[in-house]
Design a protein around this ligand. Structure first.
Ligand code: AMP
Length: 422
């Protein structure tokens, strides 16, 4: 199907929705300045290709069948009230509006409460954070002096986890702190002097704090490795090993990962003792996301196409993925110059700036957030209408993570992937 100057490959699940796509020129009819030739895909070295370069791979960016089957309703075995946890904590769970445990919570909480090591194969959006926070808050309340370390791959995930902790722990008389890079280390050192019950951080900063003797893990007996597969991908393995080595010998370890490759299995073998393995991963791609590709003919500028899409009112809350920190920053600026208010998150920004960008997007103050894979991993942003893969993901797994940012909490989402040069 030909739409404007680009081919929009329609698929069954939303045939007919093409009408809503913008025409080939933006609504205001202005021409784009020539400097808007933003964002070619980064030059690729041999052996460093992207996922989605072959036709077979491209077909994975489209869902060809209409998904009509409803998800079977999950009936949990437990309720929050019949978990063996403190009454005050139960009250806080109710206050947060949680009525019933999600599958990962239903299955993992009882084992964690018994002190068993647990491997949770679960992605963001499954409720995995509460699956480890709830039993560990209860543990900290019941075992005086217990200290918990939570390691996460990204600063945003650490901040998000601390916020959930603060909600569940309200009025319980202990605190948590965030130890991530890009934020003032002095203030983190002062917070550590207050001996927080939960330290939530990224491996690099945690190691730094240990080396400065601001963080002493010898009293920590519980650890959560959240998104362990991502930490592995990001090259944190040596830091993780070294940090775990500083903890108490008798350790209670919880391990969450979206995938279970060979490397992950080895880590589980190295770090955990006879773990209970719980998997709530049901399928590769969420049925709630309509996936499609936008083919950009050779010589055409994908930036123009992106601008035209973003001017469509349907694109109300859009997460755009780019490959490099530099490209992401440049793209957000180029969009803003055209009065499409866009923020960016990537590893070259300070933690404060990343958090501000995220909050502005969450609150609907800007409708576009341009992000790198790493920065966007694990983020829980409500009601994202579209995910646009401006640059191809490196792996299929990255693709799945990207599109999982939309179509959440029973809403429908759309994912569009730019495919160039065909
Ligand atoms: P997570 O997978 O931990 O990132 O959680 C995804 C979202 O689900 C977060 O916004 C949580 O606050 C929410 N959530 C987690 N567990 C429950 C529950 N049992 N009931 C309702 N919402 C939940």
């Amino acid at each position: 199907m030909h739409i404007g100057r680009w081919n929009h490959q329609s698929t069954g699940s939303h045939a007919g929705s093409n009408k809503s796509f913008p025409p080939h020129s933006p609504r205001d009819g202005k021409r784009f300045p020539s400097h808007s030739r933003y964002g070619r895909a980064p030059i690729r070295r041999r052996g460093f290709g992207s996922f989605g370069e072959t036709e077979a791979e491209i077909s994975k960016f489209m869902n060809k069948t209409v998904v009509t089957t409803e998800e079977p309703v999950f009936v949990p075995e437990h309720t929050f009230s019949n978990f063996d946890i403190s009454a005050h904590l139960k009250k806080n769970i109710v206050t947060r509006g949680y009525e019933l445990p999600t599958p990962i919570q239903d299955k993992a909480i009882p084992h964690t409460l018994l002190g068993k090591d647990v491997v949770g194969l679960a992605e963001t959006g499954t409720g995995k954070t509460a699956a480890f926070l709830i039993p560990l808050i209860d543990k900290v309340m019941k075992q005086k002096g217990e200290r918990v370390l939570i390691m996460a791959p990204t600063r945003e995930l650490a901040v998000q986890t601390e916020r959930e902790l603060a909600g569940f722990a309200k009025g319980l008389g202990f605190r948590g702190m965030v130890a991530v890079g890009g934020a003032n280390i002095g203030s983190q050192i002062s917070q550590l002097k207050h001996d927080p019950a939960f330290v939530i951080g990224t491996p690099g900063r945690l190691k730094d704090l240990i080396e400065r003797r601001a963080l002493d893990l010898s009293g920590f007996g519980t650890v959560v490795l959240d998104e362990a597969d991502r930490m592995l991908d990001m090259g944190f393995i040596d830091d993780m090993r070294s940090i775990l080595g500083k903890m108490r010998k008798e350790r209670h370890t919880l391990f969450f990962s979206a995938t279970m490759g060979k490397d992950i299995q080895k880590l589980i073998g190295d770090f955990l003792k006879q773990p209970v393995i719980i998997s709530v991963k049901q399928r590769d791609t969420p049925a709630s996301v309509d996936q499609d590709v936008i083919r950009v003919p050779r010589g055409k500028d994908k930036f123009e196409i992106l601008v035209a899409l973003l001017k469509d009112r349907e694109f109300s809350k859009v997460l755009v993925f780019g490959r490099t920190k530099f490209g992401v920053e440049k793209l957000a600026k180029a969009l803003s110059r055209l009065h499409i208010h866009a923020e960016s998150i990537h590893g070259n920004k300070t933690q404060g700036a990343r958090q501000r960008a995220l909050e502005a997007f969450k609150a609907g103050k800007v409708s576009v957030l341009v992000a790198t894979d790493v920065a966007a991993r694990g983020l829980d942003i409500p009601a994202v209408s579209h995910v646009i893969n401006y640059d191809l993901p490196s792996t299929y797994e990255d693709y799945i993570h990207r599109i999982g940012r939309t179509g959440r909490a029973s809403l429908k989402g759309r994912a569009l992937t730019f495919v160039q040069g065909r």
